[in-house]
Ligand binder design. Structure first.
Ligand code: TGC
Ligand code: FAD
Length: 392
């Protein structure tokens, strides 16, 4: 990839709304992305391989459980710091941000919020340090948007649970050490179980042939009569609301992360448009290119304000699931549209791995689908404003 010359756009002086700590967290993450992610990421995406060497650095910048308290190994930061970290990491690559979202919001969060003290002490410090990598199993082959229909189940065998079923499209699955798995008990109630690699009957085959999130490992979680110790059940919340509560946290991070991908595409296209000469002048001088760039910075600015306000609400414990859903939907759609326009500004060079835009564009095709598709989020807003439930 060409040298990382990224300069962050801030058209409305949104930095004025951030604390010194927010800016320090963002700068440290940005410096790490420039130094350790940008030089290697294109190569790993081309090879369709997760760069495992990044795990140590991600842990060091605090990207595994940014808001998990220090007593459990996290840095104990606020929600805006978490968002800014996800923005900077996704500026590098959505797949690397995916690894952090899963580890932080989908593995550490449920253990912290729904687990008991023994589970918190046993798993959280190792997940924060990157010694353990986690995955989150909700989606099944026949139940994606409708996870409440899941068929993965467990039976109480007296001294242990017996887990059967399969999850698919699971980020980090091929090399996860632990998986937070959602399954129904004999009464049909959904519970979270912590499944560890090495348990007999638990396998994690990798999913190949992806054109998107190629630098993130995706796979299945397969449970064939897996004996899960009873102490591995998350005791403090059950029902579909439990996994959906984790998604609130991950969707919040994605709402910020998508801004990073959009900023990188905009910044790359702006710089290119000033340097590329056609018809005797920089293409930045043509009205059609200016329209594209002007619309991009406008949409990025609106998304930044949406994310910042959502961060304030989340810090105050007032962000609703529907508000988080709107920000995820809006900001990911904003980013994917910007990636497509930015690619065109680069002409033929736009499809080259010498620039990050095509990789972002392909990655965002997953981001607009996972954590609730664009359609599902439209219907969540629809339900919230009309009171009419399109899912039933
Ligand atoms: P519904 O009847 O509406 O709700 C069931 C219960 O859940 C509660 N609830 C929530 N709780 C917390 N947070 C939310 N966001 C919640 N949404 C609903 C609700 O109050 C109810 O509670 P209770 O106590 O009354 O039982 O459920 P439904 O079956 O009608 O479905 C609603 C729908 C479609 C919105 C939901 O199923 C949904 O969000 N579907 C999308 C599925 C999804 O997002 N899957 C993501 C899988 S994980 C993933 O993609 C990771 S990618 C990771 C990466 O690499 O970054
Ligand atoms: P479907 O639910 O089959 O949807 C197909 C189409 O139908 C979509 O366009 C959808 O919007 C539409 N549709 C569905 N229902 C409705 C409706 N009621 N009204 C209107 N339209 C509707 N899952 C995990 O559990 N853990 C992970 O770590 C994880 N990582 C992922 C990583 C990647 C790279 C990808 C691609 C997916 C990942 N997922 C993960 C799964 C992801 O959450 C699902 O793909 C997503 O929720 C959609 O489910 P589906 O693919 O089964 O699509």
């Amino acid at each position: 990839m060409a040298q990382d010359l990224f300069q962050s756009p801030d058209y409305y002086n949104i930095d004025d709304l951030l604390t010194e700590e927010h800016k320090l967290v963002r700068q440290a993450t940005r410096d790490w992305v420039k130094r350790d992610v940008s030089p290697i990421i294109e190569d790993y995406a081309q090879k369709a391989e997760f760069p495992k060497q990044l795990i140590k650095g991600l842990a060091e910048v605090g990207a595994f459980g940014p808001y998990i308290p220090e007593e459990y190994g996290g840095p104990g930061l606020d929600q805006i710091s978490y968002g800014l970290m996800m923005q900077e990491i996704e500026r590098g690559d959505s797949g690397v941000r995916s690894t952090c979202s899963v580890q932080s919001s989908l593995v550490m969060y449920p253990i912290y919020a729904y687990g008991n003290e023994e589970q918190r002490k046993k798993y959280l410090p190792k997940l924060a340090s990157g010694e353990f990598l986690g995955s989150f199993g909700l989606t099944e082959p026949n139940f994606g948007s409708n996870p409440g229909g899941m068929v993965t189940n467990f039976k109480d065998m007296g001294d242990h649970y017996l887990l059967n079923g399969a999850k698919m499209w699971i980020s980090n699955a091929p090399f996860c050490d632990v998986a937070v798995v959602w399954a129904k008990n004999e009464e049909g109630r959904i519970h979270g179980l912590i499944v560890e690699r090495g348990m007999e009957g638990f396998t994690t085959p990798e999913t190949h042939n992806k054109w998107s999130l190629r630098a993130s490992a995706t796979g299945e979680l397969v449970f064939d009569n897996v004996k899960v110790p009873k102490e591995n059940l998350l005791p403090n919340k059950s029902g579909l609301g439990a996994p959906l509560g984790c998604l609130d946290s991950a969707r919040f991070g994605i709402a910020w992360g998508a801004i990073g991908a959009a900023m990188d595409c905009y910044d790359t296209a702006l710089r290119y448009s000033k340097e590329r000469i056609q018809f005797g002048k920089p293409i930045a001088g043509f009205q059609l290119q200016q329209k594209k760039l002007a619309e991009m910075i406008t949409e990025i600015t609106k998304a930044q304000l949406l994310a910042w306000r959502l961060g304030v609400l989340k810090n105050e414990g007032r962000a609703t699931s529907a508000q988080i859903s709107m920000a995820k939907r809006n900001n990911v759609e904003m980013a994917i549209k910007i990636a497509r326009e930015a690619r065109q500004i680069l002409g033929g060079m736009g499809i080259s791995g010498d620039y990050s835009i095509m990789r972002h564009m392909m990655n965002l095709e997953s981001v607009i689908t996972y954590e609730g598709t664009h359609d599902i989020h439209l219907l969540i807003t629809g339900l919230d404003i009309t009171g009419e439930n399109a899912f039933k």
